[in-house]
Design a protein around this ligand. Sequence first.
Ligand code: PLP
Length: 410
Amino acid sequence: MSFMKQSADLQPIEDTVFAVVSMAKQDIAEHGADAVVDATIGSLYDEQGKLVAYQNVFDHYNAIAKEVKAAYAASFTGNPGFRTQVRNWVLQDQPVTLNTSVIATPGGTGAVNMTMINVLEPGQTVILPEICWGSYNLMAAQAGLKTAAYAMFDGDHFNLDSFEKVCRRVMSEQGRLLAVVNDPCHNPTGYSMSLAEWRQVVRFLNELSEQGPCVILNDIAYIDYSYKGTHSRDYLSTLNELSGNVLAVIAFSCSKTLTSYGLRCGAAVILGQNAQRVREAEIVFEKTARATWSNIPNAAMENFTWITTENREAFEAEKQIYVDLLKQRSGTFIREAAACGLVHYPYKEGFFVTLQMPDNALRDQYHQKLIDHHIYTVKVNKGIRVAVCSLSVAKVKGLAERMKQILDSL
Ligand code: PLP
C-alpha cells in the first residue's frame, strides 16, 4: 500500500511543455538553430536567443551584502517596506479607496494557491477560465477543489454571459464564490479586458454577492508587459465599486516584472470595502505563509523595493525596450496571421498568442505536424500557444504563413 494518503493523486504530472521543450532542444542540436522555431519557452528572450535578465535588477541584487541575503525576512507577511512598495507598484496612481493589505508570497503561484486553499473548503468549486495557465487546475486538485470553467470569448470580447452563468450555478450550489480572472495580458491568449468589461464584472459580482460572499482572484502576472503603459492599471479603480460582500485578491509576480523567475518573490494584495474582512484574510494568509514557505527571500524583497523606488526610472526604461520588442514580435505575427487567415484568439498584449483550435483532436494532430516541420509550440485547451516572448523578430517573420500552410495540409 502507498505511503501517500489515500486521496493523493499518484499519477505523475503530465508535463507536456517539458517534453516538447526537450524535443526542440534536441532538434536544434541536430539541425542547428536556424532550422528550428522554438516557440515553447514562456520567458522573455532577447533577439540573440538569450534569457533576458535586466541589468537594472541584477546589478543591484548582486551587490546586496551576503548577510542581507542570508537573513530571514522581518515578518511572515513580508518586509514592511516591500509590502508598502508592492501596494504602490500594483496600484500606482489609481485612486483605489478600498482597504488593502499585502502578503509576500513565493511568486504569483503562492498568492493563487493561498487564496484557493483559504477561500474554499475541499469539495467546493473554483471557477477558472476555460483556456488558462495549467497550474490553476493542479492547485485546485491539490486543494481537493473541483473546477468549473467559463468560456473566455464571445467573438472578440470577454464572454460575460458564460462567466455569469457559471458563477450563478456555482453560487447556487455552494453559497460562496471564488473566480479567477487572469487579466490583463491573459496567459495564454494575450487578451486584456476593456474598462467596460471590468465594470460589468464588478456590477455582476455585486449583484451575486447578495446571495453569498464572492472572492475575485485577479492574476496580474504579466501586467507590466501591457502595451498601455501607465494605463495598464486603469481598470483597478473599477474595484472601488465592489460591494462589502466581495473581496478582491490580486496575485502579483516579480518573476515577469523583474525577469526574476527563480528568485521566488511576489505578493497577494487583498482589497475590500470592509476593513475587518480584509484583516481576516490577512490573518489566515499569514498562517498559510508561516506553515508553508515560512518567509520570502529577504534580498529579493529588498531588491524589489530598491528597484521600484530609487532605480525606478532606469528600470522602467530598460523594461520598456522589451515591451516594445514584444509589441514588434506579436504585431508581426498577428498582422501576418490576418493576411493569410490563420485564426487566433483575440490578442491585445503580452507574452503569448494562441491559435484557435476548438477541436482538441485536430489540435493534437496539428501540433505534431508542426513538430514534423521543426516548429515547436505548446498545446493548451482548444489552442496552440505561440510564445512570441522568446522568439526573435526574424524568427517570427513568415511564421504565421508557414503555420497556415501546415494547417491547410492536414
Ligand atoms: N500566473 C500566470 C498566468 C502565470 O503564467 C504564471 C507563471 O507562469 C504565474 C501566475 C506565476 O508565476 P510565479 O509564481 O513565477 O510568479
